[in-house]
Design a protein around this ligand. Structure first.
Ligand SMILES: [Zn+2]
Ligand SMILES: [Zn+2]
Length: 127
């Protein structure tokens, strides 16, 4: 029966649109959640990915692992957060789909946070 068939497919389309609305709504609320986290200035440790980065007068450190960076005029938690986001974005722009690794290395008595990826030969100072 052609008439019944048409009604059936119309219903199907309506359901699909409802599902998409739910999906978009969940994306929006997730985005808002991300923004509120940013305001709290909470930075997860890029090295162990479990701890939270803290700062005091002299250094930035992780509350879960050995990660530690000296603070200075050019290095504080806010700058570190921005540079981490930039370094991640730069790595993505290379078209590499692997997750880069972060590590703290000392050179000339200066500790620095590096981003490294074996797959695309990334080796750069983050801060
Ligand atoms: Zn850590
Ligand atoms: Zn890579």
């Amino acid at each position: 029966m052609p008439c019944g068939f048409a009604t059936g497919s119309y219903l199907q389309i309506e359901t699909w649109e409802d599902a998409e609305d739910d999906y978009l709504a969940s994306l929006v609320s997730h985005h808002m959640l991300l923004n509120s986290e940013e305001e709290e200035n909470q930075i997860w440790c890029p090295i162990c990915k479990q701890g939270e980065l803290m700062e005091n007068q002299r250094n930035i450190h992780c509350n879960m692992c050995e990660m530690q960076l000296n603070k200075g005029d050019e290095v504080n938690l806010k700058i570190l957060q921005e540079r981490l986001a930039e370094a991640n974005a730069e790595h993505l722009e290379r078209g590499c789909r692997l997750k880069p690794k972060f590590s703290v290395q000392s050179q000339y008595n200066l500790k620095a946070l590096y981003i490294t990826c074996d797959a695309c030969n990334t080796f750069e100072v983050v801060v």
